[in-house]
Write a protein that binds this ligand. Structure first.
Ligand SMILES: Cc1cc2nc3c(=O)[nH]c(=O)nc-3n(C[C@H](O)[C@H](O)[C@H](O)COP(=O)(O)OP(=O)(O)OC[C@H]3O[C@@H](n4cnc5c(N)ncnc54)[C@H](O)[C@@H]3O)c2cc1C
Length: 392
């Protein structure tokens, strides 16, 4: 396959190629967020001709860099779900990667707090789910023990999960990108997919690359387009409404706390509604983020729209000293949710669509939280589907 080199840069992530007309690929991965990169890194271990097409100028410019950067433990997801399995596995894998490749991380531990008596039952449920999911070291702490961990936190009880931590998403993506590149996979940036057609046993993937039209013939296509993954499914002719693949955008804003950090660990309320609740997340430098909240929107934008007082009031319920702190608006992210307003739990969709006439086409849709944590495990999961069901 011929590629035009368009920009050599010492920064790996800015390295780019354009794809020319009617080239051939073995596997095309659409989207270079953390998931697309992790999938490409794994698939390229055993397969040649892996191409990652990304419409932005650099990888990881969307949800993968607009999130809390938390390595979740796996307590929030119903046992047996893909979210649960891939989160618990991904958690272990990320710590291994960070240790081995000196990627900065901190295993800070997390407190999920019951503010009133009525929330204790929910805390017990999370502990049960976590244990069923294989999360180790979970412990319910009494009020006094919580104080010993975090003197500023005032609650009835808390669930302690020692395996929760934080990582820098950009660094994790640098790792997956480097792996994929070493294995021979190619990332084409500024390359937007706008057309998909099945031609015989293959797919024609088309669009624009650096402003010029392109078309690639591929044996397999992996849809890792994040917030746009339902649009990609539509391009290949799937009825996203009927299949339950339509995405709902659920935005989350963050504020940053100015001054001496009031907590050292991650502190979350028990979840209510579509998000995990406005929580406190120290970053690698110890600076504490507040957020995200959760509200459904019609369009994708990364502008912070919430009011800081709303955040302060919410967090004051378990961290009264928040009233002494100044907050500054930080950033926002948008969750690609399968679950619409008022609807119940929806799992990740990771599916080989062979039974819908699309042999070789794998959809990844609704990869919201814990997608960052789960990314390396998703890479393995997709690779197993590919090796067992697709490889010819
Ligand atoms: C507010 C918020 C907080 C979160 N916090 C956490 C957390 O703490 N821990 C955790 O584990 N998870 C968290 N998540 C979830 C996590 O961030 C996502 O699950 C993960 O980043 C999804 O990665 P992705 O690669 O699927 O999507 P993306 O990062 O969105 O990547 C998709 C890529 O596809 C590209 N693309 C789309 N359409 C096309 C096209 N037509 N042609 C070419 N390229 C295309 C996009 O440009 C993009 O780069 C959070 C999410 C949000 C919104």
């Amino acid at each position: 396959m011929l590629l035009k080199e368009t920009g050599v840069n010492k920064n790996l992530s800015a390295y780019a190629f354009t794809v020319s007309l009617m080239e051939e690929a073995n596997i095309v991965v659409i989207g270079a967020g953390v998931v697309g990169l992790a999938v490409a890194a794994k698939l390229s271990e055993r397969n040649e001709g892996v191409y990652i097409l990304e419409r932005n100028a650099k990888f990881g410019q969307e949800t993968s860099t607009h999130n809390s950067g938390v390595i979740h433990s796996g307590i929030h997801y119903p046992p047996g779900s893909l979210k649960a399995k891939l989160c618990v596995k991904g958690n272990l894998m990320i710590y291994e990667i960070c240790e081995k490749y000196k990627t900065p991380y901190k295993k800070l531990g997390k407190l999920t707090v019951a503010i009133g008596e009525e929330e204790i039952e929910e805390l017990e449920k999370l502990k049960r789910w976590g244990e069923e999911n294989g999360v180790e070291g979970l412990k319910v702490l009494e009020k006094e023990d919580v104080k010993r961990f975090e003197p500023n936190v005032e609650v009835e009880k808390a669930l302690y999960s020692p395996s929760t931590g934080i990582v820098e998403p950009d660094e994790l993506m640098n790792y997956f990108y480097a792996k994929a590149s070493q294995n021979g996979a190619v990332l084409a940036t500024r390359t937007e997919v706008t057309g998909l057609r099945k031609i015989g046993d293959d797919y024609e993937v088309s669009g624009t690359s650096f402003g010029e039209k392109f078309a690639i013939k591929a044996k397999s296509v992996i849809n890792c387009a994040g917030l746009y993954s339902d649009k990609i499914a539509m391009l290949i002719g799937l009825d996203v409404e009927k299949l339950g693949y339509k995405l709902h955008y659920c935005k989350g804003d963050y504020f940053r706390l100015i001054g001496k950090p009031p907590v050292k660990m991650l502190v979350y309320p028990v979840p209510k509604g579509p998000g995990l609740g406005i929580h406190l997340t120290p970053d690698l430098a110890g600076v504490v983020k507040l957020g995200p909240n959760a509200y459904y929107v019609d369009n994708i934008s990364y502008e912070v729209r919430s009011n800081e007082e709303e955040f302060r009031e919410d967090v004051k319920r378990f961290l009264p000293c928040i009233t002494n702190y100044q907050l500054t608006s930080d950033f926002a992210g948008v969750r690609p949710k399968l679950q619409g307003p008022g609807e119940g739990f929806r799992d990740f969709v990771i599916r080989h669509e062979a039974d819908r006439g699309l042999f070789g086409f794998i959809n990844l849709i609704g990869i919201e939280s814990p997608g960052l944590t789960a990314a390396p495990a998703i890479g393995e999961f997709v690779s197993e589907i590919y090796e067992n069901e697709i490889k010819r």
